[in-house]
Design a protein around this ligand. Structure first.
Ligand code: 2AM
Ligand code: CA
Ligand code: CA
Ligand code: CA
Length: 281
């Protein structure tokens, strides 16, 4: 079947902008905040409302398309499975903790996968009215202006975006702390923005050189990874291999050289944990 990707893009862009109004109106209001995996993993009535609106409106236009969406997935307690079918991968609010605190870095992230390849990425921050978009092969844009990833090749000249929330997960904690420490010692600076999707957009527009965290889901990274690549950046598995959005490991950089330096640094950081564990018996 032939797909009119440009038409899918235009249609879902309009739906996304409309859904953004819910976030813009909600950010200053009282929210009902529930937790999922733990006290750091939040969800509000707005996450569910935005997701429902997006799925309902997209289904009306494209009834045969499938969805992988964060809150629906959480309710079903399912492991997300990607098929060859056209599938909209939706994070209704990326940066829920920011949203709950009224902190302005929060967005909708939507990607379209066809034959397991992401061909559309849309990330919209309705508070700052920043719309990041990419269609495969057509470059990356912020509010219709072309954006490009940084050309910086050395970590000592880089701004690196990381995450802190996963440090609450015992299996990830040691590695996150050691990798963060290693970056702190070398990089120009590190930033923890609280939105994976927006951090990837900042790599795409060259204001950050790298973004990394292990533990994310496909809806956190599907759109952002395409936007980084279309901006000329590189997206890898954080072990240095091929990126797979279903694998929970991501390293996005402006340049290949910087990515290589970070992969080596992360390997050394992880090896130091194993040594500590051996020394502690
Ligand atoms: P979310 O806001 O959609 O949950 C910082 O918390 C970043 O990590 C956000 O992009 C957040 O997405 C993502 N993230 C993914 N899984 C998370 C979890 N279990 N707890 C907190 N943040 C999570
Ligand atoms: Ca969440
Ligand atoms: Ca998310
Ligand atoms: Ca979310």
């Amino acid at each position: 079947m032939k797909h009119d990707v440009d038409q899918y893009f235009e249609t879902v862009l309009g739906i996304t902008r409309d859904a953004g109004k819910i976030i813009k109106e909600g950010i200053a209001r009282t929210k009902n905040v529930d937790t999922k995996l733990g006290s750091w993993d939040l969800v509000t009535q707005y996450d569910r409302r935005v997701e429902n609106v997006l799925m309902k409106e997209i289904s009306k236009k494209f009834p045969s398309h499938k969805f992988i969406a964060e809150e629906t997935n959480a309710e079903q307690k399912a492991t997300p499975e990607l098929t060859n079918a056209p599938t909209w991968i939706i994070d209704p609010i990326d940066g829920t903790t920011n949203f709950v605190h009224g902190f302005h870095l929060t967005c909708i992230s939507i990607a379209l996968s066809i034959e397991k390849e992401v061909v559309i990425g849309i990330i919209y921050n309705p508070i700052l009215d920043q719309l990041f978009t990419a269609i495969k092969g057509q470059g990356a844009h912020l509010n219709n202006q072309r954006i490009n990833a940084s050309q910086v090749e050395e970590l000592c000249k880089s701004m690196v975006c990381l995450e802190s929330s996963f440090a609450c997960i015992p299996s990830l904690k040691d590695s996150i702390m050691k990798r963060t420490e290693a970056c702190v010692k070398v990089a120009h600076g590190i930033r923890v923005l609280g939105s994976a999707a927006l951090a990837l957009c900042y790599v795409a527009m060259g204001v950050a050189e790298a973004y990394h965290i292990d533990g994310l889901q496909c809806w956190d990274v599907a759109a952002g990874a395409l936007i980084v690549r279309e901006a000329g950046g590189i997206v890898l598995d954080s072990t240095g291999g091929t990126f797979d959005m279903m694998s929970h490991r991501i390293l996005a950089c402006g340049t290949k050289k910087l990515a290589e330096e970070l992969v080596i640094l992360f390997k050394k950081a992880d090896a130091s944990i194993i040594k500590i564990n051996i020394n502690n018996g």
